[in-house]
Design a protein around this ligand. Structure first.
Ligand code: AHM
Ligand code: MG
Length: 332
């Protein structure tokens, strides 16, 4: 059994990971190394992002990803940087990325983990200097190490995640993650090149007064969600929508609130991806004491059958999420 270790604010991420590893006798250090590899990639990507305006790497790359969306240069750069770090780190057998259709083999078939990743989420914010992020989700593979990892290794279901987290490239860069024993957040000090523990054992308020959705789509939303939003307005809730899942969920995690991306006419199954957006954010928010559903069921138990499957997502403070999901109930 693994104990939660009390670690003081200001501890470096490296030391924190080491302390966690030492506290769990069964740990071999591979997951610890994998988390360090992700942190390294995050540092590199944050450097690229902070130079983006200077280097003129913003704008379209001229290609489309498998969803037919124009890829931004930074999306591609982030994808390459994370892949490289995971490949070189050696702890990951395969990766699934929003930017590529198929399972990507890293050349380390002996490794026991696989990683699903959205290397750069909130792409419409890139060119306008607004927050963006990276989302990651880690599974222990079910196929035998030594053989190539397979799709099924990624389709185990949300409850099987070993670790999940996000990097928020905002006014500062933050790495927030869970290994299933609570949530911790680390702020990047770029002059020292280190992440420092800044948000230990993060918990989210059970209730809140912020709602976040693309209200331009409201006529498409299911009736219960339309009613919920009307109730939020009548109760004079605050509307906040950055258009980057991580930034919106992160704010609501700290302040209390709810993020909704329901099914719309343009995206009848929802817009967000279950594997590398829904599941990791749901795991993390539950670990912080919040809730996530697809409007019908707890998101973490939602069956997954394809790598890039979409899902509606309702995530945040438990009392607000409950209000939405109890279909015909009105707020207040
Ligand atoms: P992306 O992975 O292409 O960036 O899309 C995901 C993003 C989320 O971060 C954000 O919450 C949502 O899409 C915004 O969508 P919309 O512009 O339809 O409101
Ligand atoms: Mg995304």
């Amino acid at each position: 059994s693994e104990d939660v270790v009390a670690v003081p604010v200001g501890t470096t991420l490296d030391r924190f990971i080491k302390r966690q590893q030492q506290a769990s006798p069964a740990a071999t250090g591979e997951l610890s190394q994998l988390l360090r590899d992700i942190a390294l990639a995050a540092k590199i990507v944050q450097r690229e992002i902070s130079r983006a305006g200077l280097l003129a790497v913003t704008g379209s790359f001229g290609t489309e990803n498998q969803h037919g969306e124009a890829q931004q240069k930074l999306d591609v750069i982030a994808h390459i940087r994370f892949l490289r770090a995971l490949r070189n780190g050696g702890e990951v057998a395969a990766v699934v990325s929003e930017e590529e259709d198929q399972v990507i083999h890293t050349g380390n078939p002996g490794s026991k983990y696989v990683v699903a990743i959205d290397p750069l989420d909130g792409s419409s914010n890139i060119d306008v200097n607004v927050s963006i992020g990276t989302i990651f989700s880690i599974y222990r593979r079910q196929s035998q190490p030594g053989t190539p990892a397979v799709e099924a290794d990624f389709l185990q279901g949300g409850l099987q995640q070993v670790a999940a987290g996000y990097v928020l490239y905002g006014t500062s860069t933050l790495l927030v993650y869970t290994t299933g024993q609570g949530v911790n957040g680390f702020t990047y000090n770029s002059s020292l090149g280190e992440f420092f523990l800044s948000h230990p054992t993060l918990t989210t308020p059970v209730d809140g007064r912020i709602y976040s959705c693309n209200e331009g789509n409201i006529v498409d939303y299911p009736l219960a969600i339309q009613q919920f939003i009307t109730a939020c307005q009548q109760a004079r809730f605050t509307a906040r929508y950055i258009g980057a899942l991580i930034a919106d969920v992160h704010r609501n995690l700290l302040k209390g609130g709810i993020y909704l991306y329901p099914a719309t006419q343009a995206a009848p199954a929802g817009k967000l991806r279950l594997l590398y957006e829904g599941f990791p954010m749901a795991f993390l928010i539950e670990q912080a004491g919040g809730s996530a559903t697809d409007g019908q069921q707890r998101l973490l138990t939602k069956p997954i059958s394809t790598l890039h499957q979409r899902t509606p997502l309702i995530i945040g403070s438990t009392q607000l999420v409950d209000l939405v999901t109890q279909q015909n109930k009105l707020l207040l």
